[in-house]
Design a protein around this ligand. Structure first.
Ligand SMILES: Cc1cc2nc3c(=O)[nH]c(=O)nc-3n(C[C@H](O)[C@H](O)[C@H](O)COP(=O)(O)OP(=O)(O)OC[C@H]3O[C@@H](n4cnc5c(N)ncnc54)[C@H](O)[C@@H]3O)c2cc1C
Length: 346
């Protein structure tokens, strides 16, 4: 037992991570603790340093593939708190602690008339993980609002503040997945929202179900929740991590050539020279929608979502490999995994 002021927490050994990941995969964490404040986090980091343990932070566990036991110390980041500061008559900065639940905070902001996050309703997981892959949905991304991220640097145990520019956000990526991978634990995220209703209703499937031509932020929030509930399997019922693959970004001339052979393939402009193509379409057109391979499979309504019936991380990765190979064989397009894989040798 480690004491941290009036609070105390335990570092446990050999903990099954099944309750901590939305694929419900059972693997053992060599050491595990949950931290509710920075004092506890610093003590956990010091324990890891003394015992030469690798650190794996987790939030809601909705974007992890656990392919084997996890060496070192898994830290469940459970810091709570929200602090709002008016910036002008129309803008407010809100600092959310990393352990706050994302969807609950989207609802909380809407109640407080702080607008902007409605399109990102119902994304599972916690605030601290949101910058890792720059979460996005229905035409909006976290980076549209992000002001700064407060982190603890694992090398120095110092708290630092990173600007949006430091985070190097891209499509489902950031510095935290690239050059600063495993360098920081995120403590809080500050977003700049609007106190004046502003909506983004341009995303085709969202536009299609909106009843009004002048939707309110609440209309957007409710419509996004409806679409997601209709389309995506709830991990509590059918274990999954949401989209298993990113939409591939390819050179526009390759996309144009694909469009000639496959006129129905959804292709979206990305940069001047690149285009984004629908991974779900490519997977579905290799015949994988609803495919089952032993204890894992591809969801019957959503080809991007791999589901775990009773398998393990290895089963999921074997299926993912099969899908990637078939897609490459048929379309010469390489798929890339969206979730982070743990428990395989580096
Ligand atoms: C049904 C479903 C639908 C989804 N839909 C979407 C979607 O529409 N758009 C989208 O972008 N994503 C989506 N996702 C993916 C997922 O919701 C996001 O990636 C989310 O941000 C993960 O949050 P988490 O707290 O569960 O992170 P975890 O799964 O716990 O962790 C994910 C990664 O972040 C790291 N991490 C977590 N917390 C911290 C921290 N405080 N500091 C440093 N590193 C940390 C972990 O080490 C890990 O590498 C979906 C997932 C599911 C299951």
């Amino acid at each position: 037992m480690i004491e941290a002021g009036s609070s105390e927490f335990t570092i446990q050994k050999s903990i099954d991570l099944k309750p901590f990941n939305s694929l419900a995969i059972s693997v053992i964490a060599q050491h595990f603790c949950g931290v509710e404040n920075i004092t506890q986090l610093k003590m956990a980091l010091s324990f890891a340093k003394t015992n030469n343990l690798k650190i794996t932070p987790i939030g809601g566990g909705s974007n992890l593939v656990l392919a084997g036991d996890i060496d070192g110390l898994v830290i469940h980041i459970d810091l709570k708190g929200v602090f709002a500061e008016a910036i002008s008559k129309t803008q407010v900065d809100i600092k959310f602690a990393a352990g706050e639940n994302w969807h609950a905070m989207v609802g909380y902001c809407l109640e407080n008339q702080w607008y902007g996050l409605e399109n990102l309703a119902l994304i599972p997981g916690n605030m601290g993980a949101a910058p890792i892959q720059n979460i996005g949905a229905y035409g909006v991304e976290l980076c549209d609002f992000l002001q700064s991220v407060e982190v603890i640097n694992l090398a120095t145990a110092e708290v630092e503040t990173l600007s949006a520019r430091d985070c190097q956000f891209g499509y489902r990526t950031s510095v935290f997945k690239q050059s600063a991978k495993d360098r920081y634990i995120i403590l809080s995220v500050t977003l700049r929202l609007s106190t004046v209703a502003q909506v983004n209703s341009e995303y085709p499937s969202l536009k299609a179900i909106l009843q009004s031509s002048e939707p309110t932020p609440k209309d957007i929030y409710q419509s996004v929740c409806k679409i997601r509930r209709d389309k995506l399997p709830d991990p509590a019922q059918i274990p999954n991590v949401g989209s298993f693959f990113k939409n591939p970004i390819i050179a526009s001339e390759i996309a144009d050539a694909l469009a000639v052979d496959y006129p129905e393939l959804p292709i979206y402009p990305h940069t001047e020279s690149t285009s984004k193509v629908s991974a779900a379409w490519l997977i579905e057109h290799c015949g994988f929608k609803g495919y089952r391979k032993g204890n894992v499979g591809v969801h019957h309504n959503q080809a991007l979502v791999l589901v775990n019936y009773q398998g393990n991380g290895e089963d999921i990765l074997v299926l993912a490999d099969e899908i990637m190979s078939k897609v490459f064989q048929k379309f010469s397009v390489r798929l890339e995994l969206e979730p982070r894989v743990y428990g395989v040798p580096d």
